[in-house]
Unconditional design. Structure first.
Length: 150
């Protein structure tokens, strides 16, 4: 499971011209579920993301987590994060989980993230054509792969 985490001042996601999810200060997570991912992969990310110390303290040092600042999280599913670009010029998406498998793990990730104590967790619409807007703060962007986490 792969996550691109962006520290944001605000973020929103629209489907068919309507805002379906939005947050103020916090994190935008683009989440890719890859073939073979399990609940254990989701658990690793949920354990790490809310406590990542990527928000500034009073000394302008990145010492605070999303939980520390009462931040919000917007999670957007993005199967393209699992793309294989090793051959040719067109990415292969066969490493991505099937839609049913991905949606199940996406829903599990959201459920567990909500239980983590984050002030607000909002989402896009799984499988929809989404327009994501954000005001990146920093910018700060972190890439996590559950395979790399213990």
């Amino acid at each position: 499971m792969k996550a691109v985490i962006q520290r944001v001042s605000s973020a929103s996601v629209d489907v068919d011209g309507k805002t379906v999810g939005s947050i103020s200060h916090g994190l935008l997570i683009l989440l890719g579920v890859c073939r073979g991912d399990t609940k254990n992969d989701a658990d690793k990310l949920v354990k790490k993301i809310p406590v990542l110390r990527i928000f500034e303290d009073e000394n302008r040092k990145m010492n605070l987590s999303c939980l520390d600042i009462g931040g919000e999280i917007l999670v957007v599913s993005q199967f393209t994060l699992c793309a294989d670009c090793s051959h040719g010029r067109r990415p292969s998406f066969t490493p991505s989980a099937s839609p049913d498998e991905a949606n199940t793990l996406y829903a599990y990730f959201l459920s567990e993230l909500t239980k983590s104590g984050v002030k607000k967790v909002d989402t896009g619409v799984f499988g929809a054509d989404m327009k994501v807007s954000l005001l990146n703060d920093g910018p700060v962007t972190i890439i996590l792969d559950s395979e790399d986490l213990k």
